[in-house]
Design a protein around this ligand. Structure first.
Ligand SMILES: Cc1ncc(COP(=O)(O)O)c(C=O)c1O
Length: 422
């Protein structure tokens, strides 16, 4: 992520189809004050806190598990049909901290490994590296996770004397693949995880952004009847990333080193108290106010954003079809996700950081090499485009520039020049 930021800073005039940042047009500084006030009123009028207590709640060091946990639980009920005990929620500094806490808690032995559907989010592999937890890839495939490969990876790891602790999945509009699991596959995944006695870590930052109307499939957590799913949430895309607030719902019962049994959330809170102490109550209050303003429905709060992302995704897919007709570009194809931020374009040449630099410098367009989402360092013939932080006009400009780059690379390939397909 730092690498991409650096490239973007180096080439400020390049159109960025790389950043997975949310749409900025609806950012509103004045709303922060309103949301803070709304949450403050909630503390006083609905929670019955005195003025001093309310002030302390907002401004003092605070509860490690957070102060908007009850609103997060309500949001999960309203938007996702998840029945969550507020005590099982830990409000974190972004979803990234939630990821770190969970992996830190799971990693108790040098034989521990994590499984993750490949390609996977770089923040996950980075956090796993920080806690010395090797990540083993599981094939994703068109269904979102290849269950035969999942079973095989668990078997193989155990045969090697390793302990697969969990499998990390993004069932909704995954980053980077864009793939979603249908409901039947979600159920099968839960069954497979139960058979393999494996925990699932469900990460869901994009679920609120389907590109088409209609029912969203239930989250794994909503289908989870035996506390097999640790659910990670982020308010970066559904409220604002600058608040840096996310959470984890961890309702598993776990044994502490002293033999006592408690909620995994409490164990995570102990770790959190040594990492960030507590999530900024001011930032939480902003998120809390936004939740309260919309009766805890972020689906309801994000109708404009959802429409903008759907429009951009359609625009990008139409633009790709216009610029890469199959008769002229037989080796170019792309995914057509049902929502979310990301489209993966496959090309007939290797895509690496050097090509990205050249793309930025000579063509004026940024994208993300798919190799970043695999941990094996191999060159991959694909790149990720993001539709989230651009306008339709920027998408057009970026695609024009990308089409020129691809045409030149293909021509070089035909002429025996640069770029060797893998
Ligand atoms: C799959 C995934 N998980 C987690 C995050 C990070 O969320 P946060 O900004 O809340 O730390 C992102 C951000 O892009 C993401 O794509």
């Amino acid at each position: 992520m730092n690498f991409l930021n650096e490239v973007a800073q180096h080439y400020p005039d390049a159109v960025s189809l790389a950043a997975g940042r949310p749409y900025e047009e609806y950012f509103d500084v004045a709303a922060l004050h309103r949301w803070l006030d709304r949450f403050h009123r909630h503390l006083v009028q609905e929670q019955g806190l005195g003025p001093e207590q309310a002030r302390r709640t907002l401004l003092q060091y605070g509860r490690t598990k957070g102060i908007v946990h009850h609103l997060v639980a309500r949001n999960l009920a309203v938007d996702e049909g998840i029945t969550a005990d507020p005590e099982a929620v830990v409000v974190t500094v972004g979803c990234q901290e939630a990821m770190f806490l969970v992996l830190r808690a799971l990693r108790t032995d040098p034989r521990d490994v994590l499984l993750a559907v490949a390609p996977t989010y770089v923040g996950l592999t980075g956090a796993a590296r920080l806690v010395d937890l090797p990540v083993r890839p599981v094939a994703g495939g068109p269904a979102g996770v290849d269950l035969a490969d999942l079973a095989e990876q668990v078997r193989r790891a155990r045969a090697e004397g390793l302990r697969p602790r969990a499998c990390y999945v993004m069932p909704d509009f995954a980053n980077p693949s864009g793939v979603s699991m249908d409901t039947a596959h979600r159920r099968r995944l839960l069954e497979s995880a139960a058979e393999a006695e494996l925990l699932l870590i469900e990460d869901n930052p994009y679920g609120l952004f389907p590109a088409r109307d209609g029912e969203r499939p239930p989250t794994l957590k909503a289908l989870d009847t035996d506390r097999r799913v640790v659910y990670l949430g982020s308010f970066a895309k559904s409220v604002l990333p600058g608040a840096r607030v996310g959470y984890v719902l961890a309702d598993q019962r776990v044994a502490a080193p002293d033999g006592s049994v408690g909620l995994l959330a409490d164990h995570l809170a102990k770790i959190k108290s040594m990492v960030t102490v507590n999530t900024s109550p001011i930032a939480q209050a902003v998120i809390g106010g936004r939740l309260l303003e919309h009766d805890c429905s972020l689906a309801g709060a994000n109708t404009r954003e959802r429409a903008a992302y759907a429009r951009n995704l359609r625009h990008l897919l139409d633009g790709l079809a216009r610029r890469f007709p199959p008769e002229r570009f037989p080796g170019v194809s792309w995914t057509a996700p049902a929502g979310g931020f990301f489209v993966v374009v496959t090309v007939p040449f290797g895509v690496d950081d050097a090509l990205l630099h050249r793309s930025a410098r000579e063509y004026g367009v940024l994208w993300t090499p798919m190799a970043h989402f695999y941990d094996d360092g191999a060159v991959v013939n694909a790149l990720r485009l993001s539709i989230s932080a651009v306008s339709p006009a920027q998408i057009d400009l970026g695609l024009d520039r990308l089409a020129k780059l691809v045409a030149d690379e293909v021509a070089a390939l035909v002429g025996g020049g640069a770029g060797q397909p893998r």
